[in-house]
Ligand binder design. Structure first.
Ligand code: CTP
Ligand code: MG
Length: 176
C-alpha cells in the first residue's frame, strides 16, 4: 500500500477512541456540571452547564471500549512506534479521557472570552479534543509528529460534517 495512505490510516486508527469519545456526551444528557455551577472571577461560568461529569465519565469509558474492540480487530503499529503493536483498552481510556479533557479546556477558554455555552469558537471547537488527546496520551507514549499533522489537517472537516449530521438528526441544537 502507498506509504502516505497507510500513514493516514494508522494515524486515524490510533485517534479513533478520542473521535468516538468526543461526541458521546451529547447522547448522555448529563445533569451534573463539573464546575458545580460556579462562576470564575470574571463573572462567567468556569466551564458552563455543557460540561458534565456524566459526559466526562461516559466519554472515557467509551474510549476504553473502542480501544478494546480495536485491539481485537487489527494490529497495525508494528515497527512504527516503540513497542506498540495494537490499540488497547488502556490506550483507549487515555485517549478518551484526553479528548474530554481537551474539550473542558476548550470550554474554559471560551468562557474567558465571553463566548457562551454552545456558541462557536472556530478552530478551538474543532481541535480542542485532539489537543487534549495528544497532550494526555503523550505522558504514556511518544506520538509521531506525522500523526499530529494528519489529525490537525483532517479533523476540522470531519468534525464539521459529523456535527451537521448530528444537527440534522436532532441530536444537537446547532450545526457546529
Ligand atoms: N457534554 C457533557 N459533558 C461534557 C461534554 C459535553 O454533558 N463533558 C454534552 C452537553 O450536553 C453539551 C453537549 O454534550 O451541551 C455538546 O458538547 P459541546 O459542543 O462540547 O458543548 P457546548 O454545549 O457547545 O458548550 P461549549 O460552548 O462549552 O463548548
Ligand atoms: Mg459546542
Amino acid at each position: 500500500m502507498n506509504t502516505l495512505i497507510l500513514l493516514i490510516i494508522q494515524a486515524m486508527w490510533f485517534i479513533l477512541p478520542a473521535y468516538i469519545a468526543n461526541p458521546t456526551p451529547v447522547l448522555l444528557k448529563g445533569t451534573h456540571p463539573i464546575d458545580l455551577g460556579k462562576k470564575f472571577r470574571d463573572g462567567n461560568p468556569i466551564l458552563g452547564k455543557g460540561k458534565t461529569w456524566e459526559g466526562l465519565l461516559g466519554g472515557t469509558i467509551t474510549g476504553g471500549l473502542i480501544g478494546l474492540i480495536q485491539g481485537q480487530l487489527w494490529h497495525t503499529y508494528s515497527l512504527e512506534i516503540y513497542g506498540l503493536t495494537e490499540m488497547t483498552m488502556g490506550l483507549g481510556i487515555v485517549l478518551g479521557f484526553g479528548a474530554l479533557f481537551g474539550d473542558l479546556l476548550g470550554s474554559f477558554i471560551k468562557r474567558r472570552y465571553n463566548v457562551k455555552r454552545g456558541e462557536q469558537f472556530p478552530i478551538l471547537d474543532q481541535l480542542d479534543f485532539i489537543i487534549g488527546a495528544y497532550f494526555i496520551t503523550s505522558f504514556v507514549i511518544d506520538i509521531k509528529f506525522d500523526w499530529i499533522l494528519i489529525w490537525v489537517i483532517v479533523t476540522p472537516a470531519i468534525h464539521k460534517t459529523a456535527n451537521y449530521i448530528a444537527y440534522k438528526l436532532k441530536l444537537k441544537d446547532v450545526p457546529w
